[in-house]
Design a protein around this ligand. Structure first.
Ligand code: FES
Ligand SMILES: [Fe+2]
Length: 355
């Protein structure tokens, strides 16, 4: 499903990007720009509430109107930089606590109460990235100064297709986002790290891998085994970067056949990330109810256990793990995704500095 937003054609970028630019290292560590990212579960902010959140190394204010409409504003007052998240929710705008300046959901200053008629009024001075909500999550577009207009977004079909039921699991890990992504681009760890799980005990513990290009990204897959373990992953770039994979399920796990996962990783800052895993199956009607029931009563806890194994492994990596490695054939997917983001970070940094 391709999505259009009702946001203005251009939006401001956050102050750090607009003001001084970022180095390639910084962009690589805190997330390449000019694409959509999953931000948080929709339930993070209730109607009529607001809360501070850090994403891509920038502090933001999640602000929801009583009617449910959601806004993301940079958490920085346009007057002198105070945190808007310390201010007051006024329904369709927020009032800064420091001197009372009021900012609407689209980032426009609506009032300077201490100096009526002040020329800040009516100006859009706060970055307000376009947001959408889908399958229980908030997604936002983060553009740099040269790309303020949101990129075309096609949502992952397992999240939007009728006939597929997806359940979101969200966690925050103390590891840079790229390690969380690389972990999914490394299917072989399933047969080792998750060997004791109920779904990844079977199959060969040896394999050869290949990369297969697609129109929207690439597959990284075993050449000699499919449908037995975590045997393939597809990286998809559709305005948002996401990964798709399936893991075989035994008949005891209910209807719907193979169990799919759509995964996304979003930088919080250079050392932390939010991970989004939607577990999906092709089910409708009573099968959908059965799947949801089984998932909640039996399967979810097992999946948390598997995710905890990933978290433990990744949080234990030294921060500079990728500086002294000895890679082999199974790491081609990791190398590919690293090169891709590194090249993009360099391109974005160079464009900002005008070189
Ligand atoms: S810093 Fe926000 S009103 Fe002055
Ligand atoms: Fe894993």
């Amino acid at each position: 499903m391709t999505v259009t937003t009702d946001s203005p054609v251009t939006t401001l970028t956050d102050a750090a990007t607009a003001g001084r630019g970022r180095s390639a290292d910084e962009i690589y560590a805190t997330g390449v720009r000019n694409q959509w990212y999953a931000v948080c579960p929709s339930g993070f902010v209730a109607p009529g509430a607001m809360r501070r959140i850090t994403r891509l190394g920038v502090d933001w204010l999640l602000f929801r109107q009583a009617n449910g409409k959601l806004h993301l504003l940079e958490d920085r007052c346009p007057h002198r930089g105070a945190r808007l998240s310390l201010g007051k929710h006024l329904g369709d705008r927020v009032a800064c606590w420091y001197h009372g300046v009021e900012v609407a959901g689209d980032g426009t200053v609506t009032s300077v109460p201490a100096l009526p008629g002040c020329n800040l009024e009516g100006k859009q001075l706060v970055a307000s990235p376009p947001v959408i909500e889908t399958a229980g999550a908030v997604l936002a577009y983060f553009g740099d100064a040269r790309h303020p207009a949101p990129a075309e977004l096609t949502l992952p079909e397992p999240l939007t297709d009728e006939g597929t039921e997806a359940i979101l699991c969200y966690a925050e890990w103390n590891v840079g986002w790229r390690y969380a992504l690389e972990n999914v681009l490394d299917p072989m760890h399933g047969a080792f790290l998750h060997h004791d799980s109920h779904t990844m005990a079977d199959g060969d513990t040896q394999a050869r891998f290949r990369i297969r290009e697609t129109e929207r990204g690439f597959f990284f897959e075993k050449t000699d085994q499919r449908g037995v373990n975590f045997d393939w992953v597809e990286l998809c770039r559709t305005g948002v970067d996401w990964m798709d994979l399936t893991i075989p399920y035994p008949p005891s796990a209910g209807p719907g056949g193979h169990f799919g996962i759509v995964g996304m990783a979003t930088p919080i800052d250079a050392d932390r990330c939010g991970v989004f895993f939607w577990r999906y199956r092709k089910v409708t009607g009573w099968q959908r109810d059965t799947w949801r029931f089984l998932y909640k009563t039996l399967i979810e806890e097992r999946h948390w256990n598997v995710l905890e194994q990933d978290r433990t492994m990744l949080e234990g990596l030294p921060r500079d793990a990728d500086q002294a490695e000895n890679l082999y054939q199974h790491d081609l997917g990791v190398v590919r995704v690293r090169r891709m983001y590194r090249a993009e970070a360099e391109k974005q940094a160079a464009a900002q500095s005008g070189s």
